[in-house]
Design a protein around this ligand. Sequence first.
Ligand SMILES: NC(=O)c1ccc[n+]([C@@H]2O[C@H](COP(=O)([O-])OP(=O)(O)OC[C@H]3O[C@@H](n4cnc5c(N)ncnc54)[C@H](OP(=O)(O)O)[C@@H]3O)[C@@H](O)[C@H]2O)c1
Length: 259
Amino acid sequence: MNFDLGLLGRQALVTGGTKGVGAAVVAAFRDAGVRVITTARTAPERLMEGVWFVAADVSTSSGCAVVANEVKVGGGVDIVVNVVGGSSSPAGGFAALDDGEWAKALNQNLMSAVRLDRALLPAMLERGSGVIVHVTSIQARLPLPESTTAYAAAKAALSTYSKSLSKEVSPKGVRVIRVAPGWVETDAAVDMAKRLAEQAGTDYEGGKRIIMKSLGGIPIGRPSRPEEIANLIVFLASPRAATITGSEHIIDGGTIPTV
Ligand SMILES: NC(=O)c1ccc[n+]([C@@H]2O[C@H](COP(=O)([O-])OP(=O)(O)OC[C@H]3O[C@@H](n4cnc5c(N)ncnc54)[C@H](OP(=O)(O)O)[C@@H]3O)[C@@H](O)[C@H]2O)c1
């Protein structure tokens, strides 16, 4: 069966599209015939063919304004996928999280999406159509306290914001959806597994098992690949998912242990 997503000729903004999940989303959109604008702080060594890159730090107001302006110059977008997020907080639990760490987590994981949505939504509402995808995390429900309390709380705030936004704008034709990945085997995750393996005197698979154990196990026995997260996002952004809005789609190999 030829499963045409019906995305040919659409235009999408994907934040954080040079690595990990974001890069996979950019590639999947491009394969589906979508014209993509993407953004990161650092330009990649090799730009994907046909992808328009804007260098900006979307954890700041000014960075979001630069991106929003470029989108407008490019004629607007039908789809916004807010992928940027992550944590660089030190280990040490709550006591290691000063105001600066909290602000960093909130700016990167919540305000980047809030500010870009606020700038780009008016044009979508005027047209009466559009899709916004927020990449959250299972940590919003399954927080890990060692170094990611602020990240988990920021993702939970992103999730609640997203739900409220969906109630406001879905009646006006704009769908708002959340995708909550569990552990994803990005390049950064591979490096972390290798580091842990070295410390524990084991191999890469052993390093992966250490991470999976810290999550309470992954029933399918492996992390997701970035492409698998991208496939879900691209489907949800497509007209095939026209009646899906306001929902959160967990993709975690069964990690969350409760209903
Ligand atoms: N990996 C996982 O296991 C996992 C699990 C659950 C949820 N998630 C979520 O999935 C999303 C993607 O994660 P990932 O692991 O694929 O990330 P990643 O590999 O660290 O890539 C992050 C991307 O975002 C860009 N970026 C980071 N901060 C930025 C900023 N302030 N402004 C503009 N661009 C920025 C990076 O480029 P520059 O560094 O050049 O800016 C890069 O392109 C995040 O929201 C993360 O919270 C990931």
